[in-house]
Design a binder for this molecule. Sequence first.
Ligand SMILES: Cc1cc2nc3c(=O)[nH]c(=O)nc-3n(C[C@H](O)[C@H](O)[C@H](O)COP(=O)(O)OP(=O)(O)OC[C@H]3O[C@@H](n4cnc5c(N)ncnc54)[C@H](O)[C@@H]3O)c2cc1C
Ligand SMILES: NC(=O)c1ccc[n+]([C@@H]2O[C@H](COP(=O)([O-])OP(=O)(O)OC[C@H]3O[C@@H](n4cnc5c(N)ncnc54)[C@H](O)[C@@H]3O)[C@@H](O)[C@H]2O)c1
Length: 493
Amino acid sequence: MEKFDLVVIGAGPSGYAAAMRALDFKKKVLLIEKNRVGGAGVTNGALSSKTWWELSRETASFRKNLKRFNLQVPSINYKEIQEEVQRAVEERKSMLDEHMDMLRNMNGRTLLSFKEGSARLISQHEIEITRGHVKEVVYAEYIILATGSRPRYLPELPIDEKIVLTSEGIEKLNDFPESMVIVGAGVIGCEYATIFSGFGKTKVHLIDKGDRILPFEDDDVVKVIERNMENSGVLIHRNSRLVRMEIKHGRVEYELEYNDSSKEVFNVEKALVSVGRVPNLEDLWDDKVGINISKRGIEDNDTQTNISNIFAVGDLTADISLVNVGELEGRYAVERIFGKPDRKLVYENISTIMFLSPEVAGVGLNEVQAREKHIDYKVVTLDYSCIPRAIAKRNTQGFIKLLVTNDEHMKILGMKVVGNHASSAIQAVALLISMDKGIEELAECVHPHPSITEGIQECVRMLLGNSTFKPSALRSRLSCRTSIKGEYADIDF
Ligand SMILES: Cc1cc2nc3c(=O)[nH]c(=O)nc-3n(C[C@H](O)[C@H](O)[C@H](O)COP(=O)(O)OP(=O)(O)OC[C@H]3O[C@@H](n4cnc5c(N)ncnc54)[C@H](O)[C@@H]3O)c2cc1C
Ligand SMILES: NC(=O)c1ccc[n+]([C@@H]2O[C@H](COP(=O)([O-])OP(=O)(O)OC[C@H]3O[C@@H](n4cnc5c(N)ncnc54)[C@H](O)[C@@H]3O)[C@@H](O)[C@H]2O)c1
């Protein structure tokens, strides 16, 4: 039986990162993948959907500019766009494959092995790998489970991945649907609503079980996103509940019940179901291995399961489903196994971007989370119309919002930027949160001009009472408030 120091099951972002980190410790590593290297980080997931988003955004802006000069808008070819996305996926996937091939063939480096097949733990140290009819068993001193997640199905919906789809099937359509309902207005639902409405060929309907889109987001963020979606023709079903969905004559019929008990029936070409994801843990180990799971997924203590040599990382652990979090956990697990991590595994400074119109980037807590945790805070907001770079771009839609502790230290709790360049603007703050720094450091930086980050500096100065623009004078564009027990009050200097 072949023996390894570490066997990693699943070559998505978490497993791939874990396997590569283990090589730094000169350990003998086996990475096993049953489907596609890169997992949902590349295919039917992060990279592919972001390529759709970029192409949709370009198309929308091209259409807008042509209209501005009274030029005819050319028709958009679905197949060409789909092929471009496939090229992006292939580019990334072959780079990951080539990197592994090179490592395996390098002179004297026999540390990394890769096997295709479906893996299952048959004991605490033995893994059975099945490929077609062939089975083999390998031995591992340590095991990292990184088998990721898949779309959650609602049993009452007729998901067939042709007419009623999930994120697994949505990128394989033959043409832009003329209409589509999206069930679940979380991140995936809202990103695809933005993508399809951006191409201008699909009437998108959006529905959530909550009473608004992005139920985990702050009201002011949601307001901007909803307004833009509606301007792009998205129909947001509010105060309603999906009571029935059926496939009829190759199309989707669904029925909503409104708060006043009235009902309405809609007919669309396709449906996308995006109501969260579930961990891939079925049949991953024999009963006698005895890994503890809870309702949400594998129970872990900083990536270690209750079985001391078995670790679990990434989407499988069913906490935060993000590429950067999976990679962080994968690397951390390896450092725990073969060394001593330099830093604790902390999630406070995780940055996120939602690819909407406009993009929404965040780090740390938002107001919804701060209030759920009963934290009092100071909050400052600045409209993009105060930022010269946004004015120059001829697009001042958006705002910056900074949350700090409600004491003299004013430690940064979180930040949100809604608008152009949002993702690059949050990086400085992400770093300061991870360094546990206050806002003075941010006020000190000299930002390039004109840049969106100048707006962050102005936010910080508002909190220090020394901003150029005074919130008391520009009330509709700036605000500087405390939130104590959920009640806002202006801060007067
Ligand atoms: C539509 C969509 C858009 C997204 N956009 C973003 C984004 O913009 N930014 C972001 O940070 N995150 C995004 N995500 C989330 C991100 O893709 C996941 O958090 C990330 O891929 C999780 O990585 P993972 O390695 O834990 O799991 P996965 O990527 O799911 O990989 C797990 C791998 O394990 C393999 N596997 C499963 N079982 C076995 C087995 N028994 N034996 C062998 N192999 C097995 C699977 O085939 C898969 O390749 C998106 C997800 C989706 C679906
Ligand atoms: N840009 C990014 O970083 C990015 C992009 C896409 C996905 N992701 C990751 O993938 C994960 C999964 O995305 P998701 O959108 O599937 O999950 P989600 O948790 O973001 O949203 C699911 C939505 O479905 C709604 N819902 C649940 N049950 C429902 C029902 N029965 N009927 C109607 N609505 C219902 C919920 O209220 C929620 O709004 C996200 O949590 C995120 O971490 C990240």
